[in-house]
Design a protein around this ligand. Structure first.
Ligand SMILES: [Zn+2]
Length: 331
């Protein structure tokens, strides 16, 4: 598991705990404002409690300790009675955690990782640690006016982009009931590939599908690090990448070739996801021809399987939508 994401998840827990504690403190303050008597009883209870702790440390005679204990009990009772009489919910004195299983620590009492840890981990992985991008780049901020209505070659790029946007929005709306789950977006830098994958990520995430979006470079690097350091974590991570509803791999072709590892891993992922009928969305700077040169036939057949994948070519300033068939625009 990548260290930086671990850090982000840890920070998230610290934030959650702080939030829960702050909310709790505010709620208590509000109650005390309304019930000064309760505050007084509570303060007295605490001071008896501290006195008792001090007394036990000093090994005072048993009788004195007993008397303090009795006082403490009676104040506690007084406090309980007051709250009951005034209908004050006892739970306001305990922070309300998002996850009660681990009290927002990420760890269970037996030292195991909490289920919520994996959920948070997915969330961060999903945004390549930058969820904020998705707030900026989504279908609702899609600005068609940046595309020229007429390029030098006479293409109405704006109309094409409008068409593509509608097709992808439709895909996201109907997912997973779409004729072809996979999408390959190929185009040079600046043609809007990552914007499009962000739009898809956000739209499907909003529909509560699990989405992991990461660059091919980072995916291979992280997996390789795990592969050489911790085979259990490696298998767990690979399994997660196989099972997430939607895997978005940005910039396929930028990953480092680590002997057989890179190609084998990409093949395994694509093949397994095809078998599980899970969506893969790929963006790449490489043309289909260049991809063919770089990857083995078995990878290409998984990637450009015309039964399962839509291919979108964005070339130069032109935006051309080329699909293996017309299903995407017609459904
Ligand atoms: Zn938890």
């Amino acid at each position: 598991m990548a260290e930086d994401i671990y850090m982000l998840v840890q920070n998230k827990y610290m934030r959650l705990q702080r939030q829960a504690e702050q909310k709790c403190a505010e709620a208590i303050e509000a109650v005390y404002k309304q019930h000064p008597e309760l505050k007084q009883i509570t303060d007295e209870t605490s001071s008896i409690n501290s006195a008792l702790i001090k007394a036990s440390l000093k090994h005072l005679p048993e009788a004195e300790l007993e008397s303090l204990k009795e006082q403490l009990l009676s104040f506690k009772q007084k406090r309980d009675d007051y709250m009951q009489k005034n209908n004050i919910d006892k739970s306001i004195f305990t922070p309300q955690y998002v996850c009660n299983d681990c009290r927002d620590t990420g760890k269970l009492d037996n030292g195991m990782r909490c289920h919520c840890f994996n959920d948070y981990y997915s969330q961060y992985k999903f945004g390549d640690a930058d969820m904020k991008i998705l707030e900026r780049e989504n279908f609702s901020t899609f600005d068609l006016s940046i595309f020229p209505e007429k390029t030098a070659s006479g293409v109405n790029q704006r109309a094409q982009m409008e068409h593509l946007k509608a097709a992808l929005e439709d895909y996201c709306k109907k997912f997973p009931q779409v004729p072809k789950k996979n999408i390959i977006i190929s185009g040079l830098t600046g043609t809007g590939k990552s914007f499009l994958t962000n739009c898809i990520a956000k739209a499907l995430d909003e529909r509560m599908f699990s989405v992991i979006r990461l660059s091919s470079y980072k995916m291979i690097n992280d997996l390789f690090d795990l592969y050489i350091s911790d085979s259990t974590e490696f298998n767990a991570e690979l399994d997660r990448l196989c099972r997430v509803d939607v895997l978005i791999i940005d910039d396929l072709g930028t990953e480092l070739m680590k002997e057989n590892f890179t190609l084998n891993t990409i093949y395994y992922l694509l093949d397994k996801r095809l078998e599980l009928d899970k969506a893969v969305i790929v963006s790449t700077n490489l043309s289909p021809k260049k991809l063919e040169d770089k990857y083995s036939d078995r990878i290409m057949s998984r990637l450009f399987n015309s039964n399962t994948a839509n291919t979108i070519l964005l070339s130069g300033t032109d935006v051309r939508l080329k699909r293996n068939n017309k299903t995407q625009s017609e459904n």
